[in-house]
Design a protein around this ligand. Structure first.
Ligand SMILES: [Zn+2]
Ligand SMILES: [Zn+2]
Ligand SMILES: [Zn+2]
Ligand SMILES: [Zn+2]
Length: 368
């Protein structure tokens, strides 16, 4: 009989949530989709900070993870936010310019929240709760800082020209000026057109099973590899490409299959629904031996500190985002987030941009 041990990795899973109030800022949530529940309520990242490095359009909020650190008082609260460009054309292999990461943190005594933990048993809507739009207007579309306003009604706020245009076309045109109250009420129609579906991100520790698995035959490994790729990439760019799928058929022997990929699959099979792996200071679980960063590839933080790995977003999350389009889709194998090893205090006590490394499934596992 084999023993099971905790691996030290925290796994993230998405869960539908009815009590949406539990995802508000003062509950310090980890969540996927919807609008960001900002931790530091002011200053927020600017619209320019959040623009895609490829097309220049605003990125969409992907997820946030609440990750306080015991070693620093300034990190009593600490959250990392990820944004990604929705445009599938910006999803290029092994290129992370379409993803943005921001870290912020607060001491136990801070300007925004009580030092007492929030009451999680019920939500009192008669009390006003700390939120970012008490400090600055938020964009009606994306929930980021919205310094621009509609020129006609001067009420509706936006992060950017792009979101003002989007809002105008999807409903503001009808209510602008017509509704003296409703100028800045947020519309639910965005959840369909722009925001990702909202989930709670629940963390659990990974359990590793001891003992060695019997070695599989080469044919078996090949079959599993194909199944795996098909499952993840069904409507994605990889297998929509005829050549790529023929390539898979032509792969000579399973010894060509990337060893990193087999390691990845074996590990993920312990908990196939994981969407995130958190293990600060350790190594990501790579999907391929190609495109793994060396120390030189990881830029130092603006404080001069080294960056180290903190967590990775798994390709399973793509399922829950409902972004698949025929022939083109947002895609990744690993989104590895590297943060300042000192978790230094960000400029103006706001948000520090951190570094993301993107690794995709290898389409060329055939070595000559
Ligand atoms: Zn883009
Ligand atoms: Zn916006
Ligand atoms: Zn207006
Ligand atoms: Zn730093």
């Amino acid at each position: 009989m084999s023993a099971s041990t905790m691996s030290g990795v925290e796994l993230g899973f998405v869960e539908a949530i009815d009590e949406k109030w539990k995802l508000l800022s003062h509950y310090f949530p980890s969540k996927v989709g919807g609008r960001p529940a900002w931790l530091v309520l002011n200053p927020l990242p600017t619209a320019d900070d959040i623009r895609c490095g490829i097309c220049g359009k605003p990125c969409t909020f992907l997820l946030q993870i609440y990750a306080p650190l015991d070693e620093h008082e300034r990190c009593f609260h600490r959250t990392i936010f990820l944004f990604v460009c929705r445009d599938p054309h910006c999803s290029k292999a092994n290129d992370s310019r379409n993803v943005k990461a921001f870290r912020c943190q607060l001491g136990k005594i801070n300007d925004f929240y009580s030092s007492e933990p929030p009451d999680e048993s019920c939500f009192d809507s008669t009390v006003s709760h700390p939120k970012a739009d008490d400090h600055q207007p938020l964009c009606r579309v994306c929930g980021c800082s919205g310094p621009k306003t509609c020129a006609r009604c001067h009420r509706a706020a936006y992060c950017s020209k792009e979101h003002q245009t989007l809002d105008w076309k999807t409903g503001h045109k009808r209510v602008c000026s017509a509704d003296p109250e409703g100028g800045n009420s947020t519309s639910s129609s965005y959840s369909v057109t722009y925001l990702f579906p909202e989930y709670e991100l629940v963390m659990e520790e990974e359990v590793e099973l001891g003992g060695e698995e019997p070695e599989k035959s080469e044919a078996e490994k090949m079959r599993e590899y194909k199944e795996y790729l098909t499952a993840f990439q069904e409507k994605g760019s990889l297998l929509a490409d005829e050549d790529a799928s023929n390539d898979l058929d032509k792969m000579a022997t399973a010894t060509d299959i990337d060893r990193e990929f087999r390691k990845f699959k074996k590990r993920v099979n312990l908990e196939p629904n994981q969407v995130l792996r958190y293990q600060r200071g350790c190594e990501p679980l790579w999907v391929s031996a190609d495109h793994i960063p060396s120390a030189d590839d990881l830029p130092k933080c603006s404080c001069g500190g080294e960056r180290k790995f903190e967590f990775q977003v798994m390709p399973q999350l793509l399922y829950h985002l409902k972004v698949d389009d025929v022939g083109a889709s947002l895609d990744w194998g690993v989104l590895a987030v590297y943060t300042c090893s000192e978790s230094c205090q960000p400029h103006n006590d706001g948000y520090q941009q951190e570094f993301v490394w993107k690794q995709d499934f290898s389409t060329d596992t055939k070595k000559t």
